[in-house]
Ligand binder design. Structure first.
Ligand code: NAP
Length: 599
């Protein structure tokens, strides 16, 4: 009980006796919770599981620690579910976002489950950068007493599928820790791998912690998250109010401003959140599949206890627009295409990645025929997954509506029309038509609590969406901090998204600075990071004065280039070394003052 200070003489005999009476008869799990609760009170009231304190560092290690690193919310959802189920089963559990995990505790940790996603190019989610670097680095402690399990989440249509989960799993083993169960690497359809793995992990943890497992709690601290009336699994059928092209006819692309009604849903969102959209595949694409495979749309197909017509499976239940490794493998085997099988070997990863970049599954079916039966096809294809769009409105300004900025993906390739699933779906829905949606909250992309803080927003292309929400919100709440937007796109004339709104906001004083980078209007490309560098002195002054910086858009190149530009600015205008500039940015990220919504 030293961690609680019960034997601390300064507490006095009376209080010590009172505490002793209170804890008398508690089992180990309850004692842990009592300790955590008291430590939390001492630290100012935030949940110990979310913001552990120095006192918590000394708590008994006989508990299950669940750590998650999440970019789009899936890892968080699985981790919360694990924590809730574990607690309901009587396990002493603490649940932490990776950036709240006190790294000094790792050496004492005994039972650890990590649920972590991998971003586009094999990067950790922003909230887990620090922990991943610590575990990978030289300072990581030896971990002979640790039993652990890693669940990697990813998208198998990306080349570096679950790279971070795999690296962590290997590294923890290298540090001497033992696996509670083998790691699993789960694709975007969480049901197939992630949920069953989570159940097995819980079993393994229960076995490892059986000495300290108490009776199931009646009111678990980490309750299995309450289902909102409408959520990912049960989306709300939002009504399309309008879908307006916001680029000129001259633009090479179609970008829409989409407005949906959430009236009657009870759904609420904050600036920074995303809207999940469950798309329906384009009917013309479904027809292409049926024609190519010579299958009848009305065929009744049973899979996983459900029977639907084939056209319905393909139209709503299966991914048709993204190629992934498992479908490639199944297709290569069925068609006997050695050329494709070869691509699945690690030494041909570059060719496989090129195929993923340029081929949708339909191109594969056409170029490399195979005799799919309807049943086998539905079993081999990935279940449909929702797409997330950064919300482009503030509910303080638009009430029950939610607005999106959608780049419509439609192009010709390999001799036929191609579509992106969700953007084409949104573009094709008629006014008053229905769109199945849910809110995906993004706690790491939030306006400053203090309205007097300045904000710097960097959002090229449709990455500008959440900044429309930010500016609306700051206007509605009369926030006194200044707002500075960096926006870039291809052409000033054709692609200046929300031009009129930004100009009006500038005039009203709701936007204080606007810097623009139109990449294709001059012989030399100009990107937002160039504008950042040009404004380096002023930008550093804002940062130094406590401004928050936000980046939204492409993760693979833009976010990295912007990050490097910020480092360069801090080095040149803040008179810091490269290392110190990096460390400062990492610190800002940790504090939520440098936040990114990128994928
Ligand atoms: P885009 O056309 O791909 O790019 C917008 C502008 O950025 C263009 O002028 C482009 O120039 C320029 N650009 C290209 N490479 C760049 C780089 N390395 N650094 C800075 N600027 C660069 O824009 P978009 O299709 O509308 O969307 C941007 C991306 O953001 C997409 O990948 C989308 O998926 C993503 N996005 C993510 C979120 C999110 O994470 N929440 C939200 C919205 C959009 P050039 O084309 O002339 O080279």
């Amino acid at each position: 009980m030293t961690a609680l200070g019960v034997q601390n003489p300064s507490l006095g005999a009376e209080k010590t006796a009172l505490l002793a009476r209170l804890v008398d008869g508690l089992g180990p799990a309850e004692l842990y919770w009592a300790a955590a609760w008291i430590a939390t009170q001492a630290s100012g009231g935030r949940l110990a599981g979310i913001a552990p304190t120095a006192a918590a560092a000394k708590l008994p290690a006989e508990r299950l620690t669940i750590v998650y690193g999440s970019q789009t919310g899936n890892a968080k959802r699985i981790a919360e579910r694990l924590a809730g189920r574990g607690e309901a089963a009587g396990l002493p559990v603490r649940l932490l976002r990776a950036d709240a995990y006190p790294q000094r505790e790792l050496a004492q940790e005994q039972h650890l489950i990590i649920v972590i996603s991998t971003q586009g190019d094999g990067e950790p989610p922003d909230d887990a950068r620090g922990l991943v670097e610590f575990i990978a680095g030289k300072r990581a402690p030896k971990l002979p007493a640790l039993g652990y399990a890693v669940l990697g989440l990813g998208d198998s249509s990306y080349p570096q599928f679950c790279a971070i989960g795999q690296q962590l799993d290997a590294r923890l083993s290298e540090l001497g820790a033992s696996r509670l169960l083998p790691a699993a690497m789960a694709d975007v359809d969480l049901e197939t791998v992630a949920i069953p793995w989570a159940e097995r992990a819980l079993e393994a943890a229960r076995e490892a912690l059986k000495e300290v497992t108490s009776a199931p709690r009646v009111t678990p601290l980490y309750a299995v998250p309450q289902r909102a009336v409408y959520d990912r699994e049960q989306p709300f059928e939002a009504t399309l109010l309008s879908s307006q092209r916001i680029v000129s006819r001259a633009s090479e692309r179609d970008v829409r401003h989409v407005e949906l009604s959430l009236e009657g849903s009870g759904l609420r969102y904050e600036p920074g959140d995303a809207l999940g959209v469950w798309p329906h595949n384009p009917p013309a694409l479904v027809s292409q599949w049926l024609d190519t495979l010579q299958l009848d749309s009305a065929l009744q197909v049973s899979h996983d206890g459900r029977t639907l017509a084939l056209a319905q499976w393909l139209g709503r239940e299966r991914e048709l627009t993204r190629l992934n490794a498992s479908f490639l493998a199944a297709h290569a085997a069925l068609g006997g295409h050695a050329e494709l099988t070869r691509l699945l070997q690690p030494e041909h990863a570059t060719e496989k990645n090129a195929l993923f970049d340029h081929f949708q599954p339909i191109d594969l079916l056409r170029r490399y025929p195979a005799a799919w039966s309807a049943e086998a096809l539905i079993a081999a294809l990935r279940p449909m997954t929702p797409r997330l769009y950064s919300i482009a409105s503030s509910s303080s300004a638009v009430g029950d509506e939610v607005h999106l900025t959608v780049a419509v993906v439609e192009y010709q390739a390999h001799g036929s029309q191609h579509w992106g699933a969700a953007s084409s779906f949104l573009a094709a829905v008629d006014e008053d038509g229905k769109v199945p949606v849910f809110i995906e909250s993004n706690e790491r992309f939030r306006l400053p609590v203090d309205p007097a803080r300045d904000i710097i927003m960097i959002g090229p292309g449709t990455g500008v969406a959440p900044f429309r929400a930010f500016v609306q919100e700051r206007q509605e709440t009369a926030a006194s901090g200044r707002n500075w937007l960096f926006f870039g796109n291809r052409h000033f004339e054709a692609d200046f998204l929300y031009q009129v709104e930004w100009q009006a906001a500038l005039k009203r004083g709701d936007l204080h600075r606007l810097d623009l980078a139109f990449s294709r209007d001059s012989a030399q490309k100009v990107y937002v990071q160039q504008r950042l560098l040009e404004q380096g002195r002023e930008l550093y002054a804002w940062l130094d004065g406590g401004a928050y910086v936000y980046v939204c858009g492409d993760a693979t190149q833009m976010a990295k280039d912007v990050h490097n530009a910020l480092i360069e600015i801090i080095v040149s205008h803040g008179q810091r070394s490269q290392e110190a500039a990096k460390a400062w940015l990492a610190e800002l990220m940790q504090q939520g003052r440098y936040a990114r919504d990128v994928y």
